[in-house]
Design a protein around this ligand. Structure first.
Ligand SMILES: Nc1ncnc2c1ncn2[C@@H]1O[C@H](COP(=O)(O)OP(=O)(O)OP(=O)(O)O)[C@@H](O)[C@H]1O
Ligand SMILES: [Mg+2]
Length: 455
């Protein structure tokens, strides 16, 4: 990521539209904001007053807003540009302001020239490596910060680039960072693909709607159009990210069961996993689809990553929030399991109630404080089946991990119902398998345990 390119790109844009160049202070503001500096720091380095920086910055954001139709400001400038992958494509895009406008307006990112001249060589030939892919991240969320995930990213890269895994599911609790890690992954491996598209299932598109959308995307540069998605997956290297996949699963049922009318998604996922092609489909979900376990068991180019909290790197979240008492951060991170969203929310509470003092927040050492986390936790519990609720409430009453071969939740659940419930709760990341001595046992996530006990 080169800040000079960014400044030059903005300068070119303004010159082309208004004939005026950026002022040296505006350049310093762009550079500083890109490097996550605050206005007082930029003012100090530029040797002027903070109010002068603020005034000049306001003019700059206004100008950019007018030119791009995008509401840019100091908080979102970097993430908007990074998300659209302008930086990585900048050198190719210099000569085409029209393309840049399209990118910024969030319509479509494509390097048309590259696409048209691509492929005198087969798609996976080295000659094709390092070309800019055609990317559409219009439906991806905006995530300003990203820390760590080194080991998870290297696992995903190994699966995709070395093991040629065709279907990957990343599942985990809401807010754990599934979308964030997928965005980072795209940034790191984009040159290995010809097409990259992000689609959200939030509005529960039918499979046929989704396939039409995919075909339109791939078809924009491939003429004549190919009959099926798998044809595109064979002829090009496509990376497709389906986000919010839990929306096509039923509530009040065991995890990963499709809504009525959406069962064909299961067949589609299976086809992606079992057919021969050179592409990859990544599913981001709160729950693991049921058939994935069977595909994995047969070792069919299918992998699953259960995304858990950040480690000590979560301290960066607390630093960014401006919390005090660094010696207590590690305790806070452990209590809230390094869960980025939970830590963001709890950090806001600590600022609100204790002016940022983590020591005061942790002082009485009694029950884990949940506060604004409760609605998030509830959205997970609302989706459970009756048998899962029974099993989970029973687990919440246990003081330690349990051996499920010995204990049933209560007389209302048969052994088979209990085991299925535990399996399903694990597929939602609410129950975890832990090794106690030589035996695997199951325990409820401690934050959920606290929530259930407090209800
Ligand atoms: N590695 C990270 N470093 C810093 N912040 C992170 C990281 N991962 C996630 N976050 C922050 O946590 C929040 C939730 O992340 P994200 O949206 O990726 O979660 P998610 O698992 O996709 O949630 P959902 O299932 O609800 O879509 C965001 O504000 C994001 O910026
Ligand atoms: Mg998400």
């Amino acid at each position: 990521m080169n800040v000079e390119d960014v400044v030059q790109w903005v300068n070119n844009l303004i010159v082309n539209k208004t004939g005026e160049h950026l002022t040296p202070l505006q350049e310093a503001i762009l550079t500083g904001v890109w490097q996550r500096q605050k206005y007082p720091q930029i003012a100090k380095e530029f040797n002027c007053s903070e109010s002068h920086v603020k005034k000049e910055a306001a003019k700059l954001w206004e100008k950019l807003r007018e030119e791009l139709g995008e509401d840019l400001n100091k908080f979102n400038f970097r993430s908007k540009l990074e998300k659209k992958h302008i930086v990585s494509n900048i050198s190719h895009l210099h000569d085409s302001l029209l393309q840049i406008d399209n990118v910024i307006c969030g319509q479509f990112i494509q390097n048309i020239k590259n696409a048209e001249t691509r492929s005198p060589f087969p798609p996976d030939s080295p000659q094709n490596k390092n070309q800019s892919p055609i990317i559409d991240l219009t439906e991806a969320p905006e995530l300003p910060y990203f820390y760590d995930r080194t080991s998870e990213l290297s696992t995903l890269k190994q699966w995709i680039l070395q093991a040629h895994t065709r279907l990957i599911t990343v599942y985990g609790l809401s807010g754990i960072g599934k979308s964030a890690i997928a965005l980072k992954l795209i940034e790191q491996i984009q040159t290995e693909f010809d097409y990259i598209i992000w689609l959200s299932l939030t509005n529960t598109p039918t499979l046929s709607t989704l396939q039409t959308e995919l075909k339109q995307f791939f078809g924009r540069s491939q003429q004549p159009p190919l009959p099926t998605i798998i044809d595109y997956f064979r002829t090009s290297r496509c990376l497709v990210i389906l986000d919010d996949v839990q929306n096509i699963f039923r509530s009040s049922q065991l995890a990963g069961q499709y809504l009525a009318g959406y069962e064909d998604y299961g067949k589609f996922f299976k086809q992606i996993a079992t057919s021969s092609h050179q592409s990859c489909l990544i599913l981001l979900s709160w729950e693991k689809p049921r058939e994935i376990t069977a595909l994995e068991a047969e070792n069919l180019a299918t992998r699953t990553l259960h995304l858990k909290g950040l480690g000590e790197e979560a301290a960066e979240i607390l630093r960014e929030k401006g919390l005090a008492d660094e010696e207590k951060w590690s305790e806070l991170i452990t209590l809230y399991q390094g869960h980025p969203s939970w830590l963001n929310i709890i950090a806001a509470t600590i600022l609100e109630l204790f002016d940022g003092s983590v020591s005061l927040f942790l002082a009485d050492g009694s029950d884990l404080f949940l506060g604004d986390l409760e609605p998030l936790l509830e959205t997970h519990l609302e989706r459970l089946s009756d048998s899962e609720k029974k099993a989970l409430y029973w687990l919440a009453s246990q003081n330690e991990a349990v051996d499920i071969s010995r204990q049933a939740a209560d007389s209302l659940l048969s052994k088979s119902e209990f085991w299925q419930a535990i399996q399903s709760l694990a597929r939602r990341g609410l129950v975890e398998k832990v090794l106690v001595g030589t035996r695997s046992k199951f325990q409820i996530n401690r934050v959920f345990q606290q929530y259930i006990q407090s209800k």
